[in-house]
Design a binder for this molecule. Structure first.
Ligand SMILES: C[S@@+](CC[C@H](N)C(=O)[O-])C[C@H]1O[C@@H](n2cnc3c(N)ncnc32)[C@H](O)[C@@H]1O
Length: 700
């Protein structure tokens, strides 16, 4: 029976129907008890609700009595206040303070619920029950956080809870920190108005002990200053991908030296082979806590593309990239994790990962083709191998954990064995959707592994693909670009071709239809390289003429007089030195070589280029966006001749979109100005895409 903090007893009338080992349905209602600050709300102690559910979950097992006893005791101890604790003995170490949970029992998705999921009024009304019942170790993570606040909070500094919801965490912190020792300056931030109302009500009592300010606003926008503790619990996963890095950087900048961020998130498994097991176990966890299978399935659908989890390695990488010096997982249950990240203040000397043996040997084996590609690449063999290693290990911004995670994906992909028939490696490249094999070519187990790996490789930027029946609708409809380019591209049969900025290699596969001698893709993006390696595993030897170097356009001088045709699609505006890069590209072409360019550009006839302050169409790393005439001028002054512009149109949202396979939030529809379609979200002119063909000219 739950007891409130003054020791008064409230009544829990819960109907628990159990079959051995499982809760089949739960219908709980709690008689209102008077909360400390007379909030006039129904409230319950987490210990009590867990006791009820867990007792149900273990009925019939030898552990049942012990677990039931422990939780019942915990429930009474934590919710009973100090008077009762004396007679019960010390509370169990895992739950020291009751969480103040308000609102109703969550049955939202039994029959309806907001789809897509959002934090609207009906969610807020059951939110406390929802979060404490669906997040494993929810109260334990908060309990652990109390240690950190006690240790790291600095007098006079700010303590932020970003995405504070109904204020459960802040309430627990405020209650547990004696005001005589810790006079906290608490700042809660949430963008959902109803959450903020609940939070203010829940923390109404706390301003007698601490300073409390609950702000309704976007955590990506509010300033963060002078903080010794920041909390970001289960909220980053709802922040658009493109804003996450900036948010973590801002938190880092707003922390005092030695300050900490406590970050809790749902995560996806690092090992794709385990993802299904983790999901299955988590769904059973929810089932055992009284959620119906219909609820679980419906909510999962509603959260699709709304809650977009990182893996643990990605989280740690993002924290390190933001500047955090010490990053440590402190609480973990399957697909839920809490991490402490500390700012030391002084720059860390070496964040580069140590090379991993599996990638190393693969790399070396893959380099031999350079000796036969051209005289220039044979001569530069060692420098090229060195340049790819530098990009891969030092500039790729990947931690060793991430590399190991990717190695896991590689190992899974390599374990897939397409059947012996040639059909099993069948490659169709002369149509919009590049196809590899069919669903029936893989065993059930391999197909399952492939589906898990394909999902782990999201976001898919370039496509579309159909690989063993898995249709991958990528962010870019690259087929539309290819159809526009094709009539203007020289015949590729027997040619040595370079696709600079090749992404996962979609265009390289389309080129295969013309039987080139070799197509070398160049791209610094590790993730794109991984996707390419998956295709290569399935298609070789037919696609053996396709090669990929992890490098930048700035490395094009390593391939002197090598290519008959270079494609440079969507790259030039990403370099701070576009003319320098064009000159290197020209040097990489053979004497009658041809360059095909696709460049983002701004409208107008003037000889100028836009130089965005920070981002352009939400993209980082954009330097110069030229007018058409400036682009032509760049080419001319780099030595190209016969320059011919054959396409200049605005980019359409049909060509670049958010899809199930690319839940990216950077796509065009999110990058234009909300009220003026002729402008980008930053207020700059909306981009055109310009395609140009030019010839090397001059002597070799
Ligand atoms: C899953 S809840 C977080 C739960 C809470 N931190 C806890 O531990 O119980 C996510 C919360 O973040 C808020 N939120 C999501 N994105 C936000 C943003 N960009 N700015 C402010 N609040 C945001 C939502 O309104 C919601 O209350």
């Amino acid at each position: 029976m739950p007891v409130n903090e003054e020791g008064e007893e409230g009544e829990a009338c819960g109907l628990l129907l159990t079959v051995p080992g499982f809760v089949s349905s739960y219908c709980g209602c709690f008689r209102a008890v008077r909360p400390r600050a007379s909030l006039g709300k129904t409230r319950m102690a987490t210990g009590a609700s867990q006791a009820t559910f867990l007792c149900g979950a273990v009925v019939g097992s030898g552990l049942a009595l012990a677990a039931a006893y422990a939780y019942a005791r915990a429930a009474r101890a934590v919710s009973g206040g100090s008077k009762k604790q004396d007679t019960l003995g010390p509370p169990p170490a895992d739950i020291r303070f009751p969480l103040t949970l308000v609102g109703g029992v969550d049955r939202l998705y039994d029959h309806g619920g907001p789809t897509p999921f959002r934090f609207n009024k009906e969610v807020v009304e059951v939110f406390d029950d929802m979060v404490s019942r669906s997040v494993p170790l929810y109260s334990e993570a908060i309990d652990f956080l109390l240690y950190l606040v006690a240790r790291y909070y600095q007098a006079g500094s700010n303590l932020y809870d970003l995405g504070c919801s109904t204020g459960t965490t802040l309430d627990s912190i405020a209650r547990s920190m004696p005001p005589a020792e810790y006079k906290l300056r608490i700042i809660g931030v949430d963008e959902a108005k109803h959450m903020v109302d609940e939070c203010r009500a829940k923390l109404g009592w706390a301003s007698q002990d601490h300073s409390v300010n609950v702000v309704c606003g976007d955590i990506c926008e509010v300033p963060i200053d002078d903080a010794s503790v920041c909390i970001l619990n289960y909220t980053l996963q709802f922040v658009p991908y493109t804003k996450r890095d900036a948010l973590l950087h801002k938190i880092y900048a707003g922390l005092q030296d030695d300050g900490i961020l406590f970050l809790s998130e749902k995560i996806r498994s690092s090992d794709p082979a385990m993802q299904e097991t983790c999901v299955w176990a988590y769904e059973d966890f929810k089932y055992r806590r009284g959620y119906s299978k219909e609820y679980i399935a419906r909510k999962k659908d509603a959260l699709d593309n709304v809650l977009v989890p990182y893996s643990e390695a990605q989280l740690c990488d993002a924290l390190k990239a933001a500047g955090f010096d010490h990053v440590q997982t402190c609480v973990k249950w399957n697909c839920f994790v809490s991490i402490i990240a500390q700012k030391r203040g002084a720059p860390s000397s070496n964040r580069n990962p140590v090379p991993t043996p599996a990638f190393d040997s693969w790399f070396d084996a893959e380099a031999l083709y350079l000796k036969t590609l051209s005289e220039g690449t044979a001569k530069n063999y060692d420098r090229i191998v060195q340049a790819r290693r530098v990009q891969f290990y030092e500039k790729g911004n990947l931690s060793r954990d991430s590399l190991l995670e990717y190695e896991g994906i590689v190992a899974q992909i390599q374990s897939i064995a397409p059947g012996p028939s040639t059909q099993a490696r069948r490659l169709v490249v002369d149509q919009a959707v590049v196809e590899i094999g069919r669903e029936t070519d893989l065993s059930n187990g391999d197909l399952r592994t492939w589906k898990v790996c394909a999902a782990a490789l999201k976001p898919w930027r370039k496509g579309p693909w159909n690989i063993y029946g898995v249709h991958i609708d990528a962010e870019w409809r690259s087929d539309l670009k290819w159809d526009r380019l094709l009539p203007h591209v020289p015949k590729l049969t027997g040619k040595v071709v370079c696709d600079l900025g090749c992404g996962n290699g979609y265009f390289m596969y389309r080129m295969l239809a013309q039987k080139p001698r070799c197509v070398l893709g160049i791209d610094p993006n590790f993730h794109a390289w991984m996707e390419f390696q998956a295709f290569q595993h399935f298609t070789s030897p037919e696609a053996d003429v396709l090669k990929f170097e992890i490098m930048r356009g700035e490395n094009m001088d390593l391939f002197p007089a090598t290519f008959d045709v270079v494609f440079c699609l969507g790259v030039l505006y990403h370099t701070p030195d576009p003319v320098g890069m064009l000159r290197k590209i020209r040097g990489s072409l053979k004497r009658k070589g041809v360059l095909v360019v696709d460049c983002e550009s701004i409208p107008g006839d003037e000889d100028v280029a836009l130089f965005p302050k920070k981002k352009y169409t939400n993209m980082k790393g954009v330097y110069f966006v030229p007018t058409q005439s400036t682009l032509v001028n760049w080419l001319r002054r780099s030595g190209f001749i016969n320059i011919h512009v054959f396409y200049a149109e605005p980019l359409s949202p049909e060509e670049q979109r958010v899809t199930e396979w690319a839940p990216v939030h950077t796509s065009l529809q999110n990058s234009l100005h909300p009220t003026d379609e002729t402008k980008t979200i930053e207020g700059y002119p909306r981009p055109l895409r310009i395609y140009v063909r030019a010839e090397r000219g001059g002597s070799a």
